[in-house]
Design a protein around this ligand. Structure first.
Ligand code: DQA
Length: 162
């Protein structure tokens, strides 16, 4: 199983940026923690960060045939990007939306996520631990999909004439 983690604008500034909101952890440190969990659950993980909306759309499209799941923090684009929402919807790959801060406890313009309706679920407000929770959620989603596929394959096998 492979999960692609997509990080939106300004998340490369974690550790420097608004530490009172996002904390002192750098993006690389968050990624190594995720990698640790992925190893335990025998999941391959790839990380991608961009400050550009179109590059994020391209990366989501490139996940077709390459990734089983997507974890995305679209950052400020969560609140504005119909293009990212449409890309997630188009690729039909289970996607978990993540936010470090609780977007519902902040300015009103952050209360709406345009991507939330096309994601399997959203995790918001647990600091960098949100990413760990997203990995746990994604692992669960992927194992449920696998169990469903396995049982469908078994049923198809059982229905085959001898
Ligand atoms: C964020 C919340 C967004 O509103 C903000 O623009 C970000 C980070 C978060 O992880 O809490 O850049 O996505």
């Amino acid at each position: 199983m492979k999960v692609v983690v997509i990080q939106g604008p300004n998340l490369n500034m974690l550790g420097l940026r608004e530490q009172n909101i996002y904390g002192p952890m750098k993006l690389e440190d968050i990624h190594s923690q995720m990698e640790g969990y992925a190893k335990q659950s025998e999941t391959e993980v790839e990380f991608f960060q961009s400050n550009l909306e179109g590059e994020i759309v391209d990366k989501i499209q490139e996940c077709i045939g390459d990734a089983d799941g997507i974890i995305i923090n679209p950052a400020a684009y969560s609140h504005t990007s119909i293009a990212i929402r449409d890309a997630i919807k188009a690729v039909q790959i289970p996607t978990v939306e993540v936010h470090i801060s609780n977007i519902y406890a902040r300015e009103e313009f952050r209360h709406t996520s345009l991507v939330a309706p096309v994601c399997a679920g959203q995790i918001s407000g647990f600091g960098p631990f949100s990413y760990h929770l997203a990995m746990v959620a994604m692992t669960q989603i992927l194992s449920e999909i696998k169990a469903l596929k396995d049982s469908q394959a078994q049923q198809a096998q059982a229905q085959k004439p001898a």
